[in-house]
Design a protein around this ligand. Sequence first.
Ligand code: PY5
Length: 306
Amino acid sequence: MPIDKTAKIWMDGELVDWDDARIHVLTHTLHYGSGVFEGIRAYPTANGPAVFRLTDHMRRLLQSAHFFMMDLPYSLEELVEATKETIRVNDVESCYIRPIAYLGYGEMGLNPLLSPVNVSIAVWPWGTYLGDEALKHGVRMKVSSWRRMDPNVNPVAAKGTGIYINSSLAKVEALKSGYDEAILLNSHGFVAECTGENIFVVKDGALLTPPLSSGALEGVTRDSVTTIARDLGYEVHETNLLRTDLYCADEAFLTGTAAEIVPMRSVDDREIGEPGEITRKIQETYFATVHGEVPQYKEWLEYVRE
Ligand code: PY5
């Protein structure tokens, strides 16, 4: 999906014109994948655009930076306010938000501690990542031949730019093989997650999702879905899953900010079928929640025009 450009991008405290938001070719992060980033969404509500769990996402950005010993020159509050300001200035009702902190131009050695830390925040209107058809009828998944990186190879709990090479390899393999999205197993053979989404399986009326020790990212949507599902009366368990647990799932879906909540219609050509009732209910509640229609979860919405 092409990027639908807006007017301004926030770069190190300044709002610069979209076309001028450039960096030098010797930017450290370009060479070594030493950046950290977030993916956040703002949705239209009756009270104007609201960013879904903005503070939680920015907290995760700071945690990712901490794993790489990267000192961001902005506080949590400053990052939250900068995001709201960027949305206001671009006058968008709904958007995807991409903050990134990266090591800039200055040093070229592998010691990252010598390079300046730059931060930018871009926002643009972006439809659902895997497409509207995917939301309605589900996606065809392939278990990748690429393994999710071991937590002692890379801090997989961080949203680090370099770590996404692993996801990209799996994504391309799945697409070239005629599937929509990949599932990565960890080095022990358990299901970890997808290339940019967490996984849930429904079995006998309960929801199962891999624990963080599987190497899955601690997804904000995963957390929201866990809360929503429990409030709807379903049990949610964190448990290690084998690929065959996916083959015999009653229902399965993936969760992520960009993808939102997408049913899986098959895994390695084993049919799961059209989205089931529990998946539908969770999807429905999630979309109502992000649009500010569920009072119970109103604290998750951070309004841009207050
Ligand atoms: N796992 C990985 C590897 C992710 O990259 C993401 C988010 C998730 C899980 C889900 O996390 P959350 O629910 O907090 O979004 N991926 C990004 C996103 O914006 C980038 C995708 C292109 O959804």
